[in-house]
Design a protein around this ligand. Structure first.
Ligand code: BDR
Ligand code: CA
Length: 338
């Protein structure tokens, strides 16, 4: 099983990434750290702990708090998409101040910060056996990641498209300098851009299967009652996300599960088609700050390294959408059985 660490800013789709990280077959989630982003760092930290509890994570999996602000720029959140606390509209999650959620936090007393948590996990892996490596999965702004790491899979950026400006994607736009630092680090990176995440749409048919996989689709398209409390909770998560994406971006068929794709990529890379390019972040453009500039025509002559002078990033170009949702629903089923 690939050992992963998830650095995230839950966030509806981050929550689904946590679910997959915990319950898919091919990865072992060692820990979770959080970062400012969809909501304040305090909220994203609490939300991750609430999800760990709700998704029946083993007790030793805790949330380590990370950066509360971008490296240079003022922080920004996204209440329009994720509600004020980052998990707007989601029913069935325990409140942050309950004992079971507090037990999932590493924030109290001796705080184990994101970087220490990751270092600790990596050290333990090393003790476990030579040759095992940690993969960092990033589904939020990259402030934590810019400071360390080995291999990175991140949801962020777009090839010619943005979502929080005409050309920039939210995670990159929140902390463009951090993203550029990460892109220049001499390690393997895989980017799951908007072009691909926008194909992973939770359509009413998928929503139906999520609620109750055993009932056939009803002729009037009405959704069935949830088969379990977990499925109800996930359904409310999808409902809120559906409305956000309808009102903000005009997505009429359902919301994209951006962040869940990162875990799917680590666990089942065969679901993706990728190509390696030079990717940089626009840091000073008048209209394009935060844009990921993907050199698809190889204008920059690049060496074979993953660093500053090389084709530094594997970019996902296509997803087997059906295969992904099989994978997703399989994880829900396994979580249900815990
Ligand atoms: C990204 O921004 C956030 O809204 C989501 O959680 C995802 O990580 C999509 O641009
Ligand atoms: Ca996110």
């Amino acid at each position: 099983k690939g050992a992963i660490w998830l650095d995230c800013d839950p966030g509806h789709d981050d929550a689904t990434a946590i679910l997959l990280g915990l319950h898919c077959r091919n990865v072992r989630l060692l820990g979770v750290s959080t970062v400012h982003g969809n909501a304040s760092a305090e909220n994203t930290n609490n939300n991750a702990a609430r999800c760990l509890y709700a998704f029946a994570a083993a007790e030793h999996i805790r949330v380590c708090p990370g950066a509360t602000k971008p490296l240079i720029r003022p922080e920004r959140h996204d209440p329009e998409i994720h509600g004020l606390d980052g998990l707007g509209g989601v029913e069935g999650l325990p409140r942050a101040d309950t004992a079971e959620v507090q037990a999932r936090l590493r924030a109290n007393g001796e705080a184990i910060r994101a970087i220490e948590g990751i270092a600790h996990a990596a050290k333990n892996l090393y003790k476990d056996g030579i040759g095992r490596k940690l993969i960092i999965v990033s589904t939020g702004p990259m402030t934590n990641i810019a400071l360390f790491v080995k291999e990175i899979v991140f949801m962020g950026g777009g090839v010619g498209i943005g979502n929080r400006s005409a050309s920039a994607e939210f995670n990159i736009l929140c902390d463009p300098e951090a993203a550029q630092i990460v892109l220049d680090v001499l390690i393997k990176k895989t980017m799951i851009p908007l072009n691909v995440t926008h194909t992973a749409i939770v359509t009413p048919a998928i929503h139906h299967r999520l609620l109750n996989p055993n009932l056939p689709p009803s002729p009037d398209g009405r959704l069935p009652p949830a088969a379990t409390p977990l499925r109800h909770m996930l359904s409310t998560l999808i409902n809120f996300f559906t409305e956000s994406y309808k009102s903000t971006f005009g997505f009429m068929d359902g919301p994209p599960l951006h962040d869940a794709l990162t875990i799917a990529y680590v666990a089942a890379p065969e679901l993706f088609t990728c190509r390696r390019f030079r990717v940089d972040v626009e840091l000073s453009g008048t209209h394009t700050v935060g844009e990921t500039v993907v050199d698809v025509w190889n204008y920059r002559s690049c060496d074979d390294s993953w660093g500053r002078h090389g084709k530094n990033c594997l970019v996902a170009e296509r997803l087997d959408v059906e295969g992904f949702f099989e994978f997703f629903l399989g994880c829900v089923e396994r979580c249900d059985k815990v």
